[in-house]
Structure formats: C-alpha cells, structure tokens
Design a binder for this molecule. Sequence first.
Ligand SMILES: [Fe+2]
Length: 553
Amino acid sequence: MKVLSVNSGHNSSIAYCDNGEIKIAIETERLNKIKYSEEPFEALRTMLNQTNHIDCLGLAGMSKNQLPHLHETYIRSLRKGAFESFLTYDSGLMHHKMHASTAFYNSGFDKALIIVSDGMGSEFYFNTKEDVVYYGREHTSTYIMSYPANIKCVNKKVSFPYKNNFNPLCDNHINISNHISEGEAFSVFSVHCGFGVLDAGKIMGLSSYGKPDDNIPPIYVDGKINNELFVIKNNSLHTIEINVNKYPYLKTTDFQILANFAYALQTKTQEHICNYIASMVSKQGISKVCLTGGYFLNCVTNAYIRKNLPDIELYVEPISSDSGTSIGTSKFIHHTKTKDMTIRPQTSIYYGLIYDYTLEQIKSKLDIQEKIIKTTAKEVANIISNNNIVLLYQGRSENGPRALGNRSLLYNPIDPNGKDKVNMIKQREKFRPFAGTVLQEKAKDWFEMLDMKESPFMMYALNVKKDKIKLIPAITHVDNTCRIQTVTSEQNKHFYNLISEFKKITGVPILFNTSLNLAGDPMAETIDDVLKILRNTKIEYLYLPEFNSLITK
Ligand SMILES: [Fe+2]
C-alpha cells in the first residue's frame, strides 16, 4: 500500500510510505526555503515527480475546522499532478496521536507507552454546563500503542485558556487546566529573550550558563506551571507573557539573569517531566517508553531522563518536531488498513529527495572562480585539522533538525576558538554550543554514555569525560557536555572514513558537526543551496565524497 501524508502547520512536511516503509520524507522548508514553512504544496509538487501512484492520502492537522478546506485544496492540487488518482484519504488524524505513531512505529517496540509533549497540539472543544462551546489545546498526551494500530489515550493534559470555573465537560482521562505547557513556557521565555517563538533550543543552550538564583520566581507551583509568572492574556493561548509587573527582576536584558531563569526553567522542567514519566510507567505497568513531540528535542532533558530512569527501555524519536507527524500519519494509515504486524525499527533518517547529480552537472553549476579537484578523505581531514571549515554534501538529506553527515558543516573540535569562529560564520548567538560526531567504537572513551552503546541521531547531551574536556574545547559546552552523534561505517561510510582519517592525524576520533545553513535559514537541500552558502561566506571548501572531489574558491 502506498500512502502519501501531509502535515500542515509550522514545520509542514510530507512523507511517502510504500508497504510500511518510508521511502521519502521531507520538510517543506528545505524546498521552498521559508523557515518553518506552513505551506506544503512545494514539497507536494516536488514529491509527485518521484512517486507515480498513491493509494491513500493522509492529512495530519491541528484543527477540525481547517481540515475540510485543506482536503479540497489538496485534492485539487493532486489531481493536477501527472500520476494516477488516489483511492481514498484519511482525515482527522490528530496532532499528538500522529506524533505518537511516528515514535511507536520507529521504536522497534511491540507495545509501548508513548509520551507526547509539545507547545500545543490539536484543538479540543468543550461544552460547558451552560452549553457554551470553548476550546483548549492538548499539550501532553500519554498513549499505549500496539500492533497493528491499536492506540489508547490514557492521559491527556489540555491547556484551557479560560478560568477553571467554566467547568467544561470531558472524559475522565483528560486533565484540563488554565496552565500552559512546559514547551510553551520555553517558547514564551524565548520570545522574552528576543528570540523566535520556535527557538526553545536556544533557551536550553543558554541554561548551561545559569546558576541557582533566589530572585527567580518559582517555575512550578503545586506541580503546574506558575500561571502568575506565565500569564495568559485575553483568554488566548497566543498571547502569553512573562509577568514583569509582578516580577520586575525579569524585566531585563542582563545575560546572567536571563541565563539564571533559563537554568531554573530547564532544571525544574526536566525534573517535572521525568517524574511524570515515572508515574505513568508505574501506573500503566509498561516499561517500554517512547518520547516524542517538540519538547523532546531537548537533549539535556533526554539525558537527564535516561540517567534517572535507568530501568525503562527508552526510545526518543529523532523526528520529534511537527515535521515528523507526516511519517506517523503514513505509517498509521498503512497499519490500520493492512493490519500489518511487521515491526520496522528506524535505522536511518536519510529520507530526503533523490537527485542523482552527475559530476558533469555539478561542474556546470560552478562559477568562474570556483574549481573542482580530485581529493581523498585523508586530504580533507588534513584541511580540517588545519582549522578550515569544510562543507560536506552527499546522498539524501537528513529528516529532522539535526545534521548527520549528509548535509553538514564540519570543523576542527580541537581549536579553542572554534565555537566563536563558527558561530560568527553562521551568524549565530555567541553562547550557542556545537555538536560532535564520534566513531561509535570510540564514544565510550570520550563521553559518559550512560547505558547507551550508540547515539546515532544526536538526541542526548552527554558529559565529556574529565580527561578529554581540554582536548575538544570547540564542542565542549560550558557545563562540560556535548550533544553527540555516534557513527558506524554501515550508517554513513564516507563520514566514518573522514573521521577515521582525522583521528589518524590528530588522535581525536571526533569532528565538530553542525547543520549546513546560516542562522535563520532552512538546512541546505540541493547542491545549489550549498553552493550558495559557499559563495555567501568565507568558507572555502565543499567536499563531495561520492565523487572524491573538493570544490574550492
Ligand atoms: Fe507538535
């Protein structure tokens, strides 16, 4: 069965699934170059060139009201395409349920408890006793899932922006309150700091510079977000602010005070979420746990949970952002309609479009001042060890927000000025840390791996071993952690070879690895995108390992 699914809303995406396997999945922003794009048509059109038949169209949405309109629009758009008509489409596949499906079908578990946490999920409508309808938004949902497509919600927290005395009627597993979600608190504070609403990751990075500060008000009161600190204005979940009238200490641009707040938010929230997971595991008696939803892109929290709940079998979904929900939608439809019981753990997330460039095509794109020369992994490793940035471009793009060696910007982790240098080139804030990719068999010598053999999708910030901190200053954060990717030759042959060569030269089996984009831009997808970065920065090298070639300028 061939299923094509679309996720609208921010981080819109599409995923094409054939017989239960994801063949192509991509975020719209990579194609239309609009960060967090909400408009999936560009991706849909491009995708249609690579798929010639679909049996079912799935739509993952946030709002019931939007879906009928979207159906019509999508159907009209699809029928214009040069491919056979689809047989049916599924709608009403609510947001958290689709996050849960993505994680469950990718986890390899036969049955699991799934915790979904994000800023806001689908809208929820409630009748009050006075028969007036109000709506809230799901923000933390817990499901039990098993094959082929059994899903049961056992707990759902809903933000309800009205006063509690509205007393809406609802099922008993739904907990409503006029408190915002944990993820939303990060978003609100991100905006308070002058960053974007979807820049919660920056707050995580900032938190490492913070320290305990008695002037920071409590983040949680009675187990819920302090709603005198995070105030909902005008009964709308879209107007939430830090209450600087009540807490004037927070009306500041002082870096240390903001970092102290971020520290309190990060530490209290990870503790809060970890306790919630422990309570759900104990209540449901299931120890296989999947975590997903935007909040679980927080690799500091993920490491904290793994450390503090060592008895659970944990899977953290790498495509936890909303872009992953199109994958969950496709797989959910496949398993529902075919009753397929096959378990397919996720082993790779190089799901991007297939370009199959030839060397001649690439050469034809070069400007007069750019040249292409034959090279080897050894030569490129040498260039990096001499403190040069190298762009790495090969194969299909990574799904999700992390660069995993097919679209990566690489640097020397040994250079003490590396962080400042690359932050400046990428036009990022000075305080933000960088990730590293390590040969899997060497990971335990350099990082405290908790109970893990590998971390192939960069979902954990782990402590750098004490005797190694000074050796990799460019990727060691201020709290001595590093977000790492482990890599094997099977997972990514060319990347593995390059790091192996770097190790022969320097003794360090690690490369500084960050996404191939400039601040605020989507990740590079095509060779044209990456050539543009080469031209618009001082970066001098672009490595194409599939062609043993290096482009220089
Ligand atoms: Fe979400």
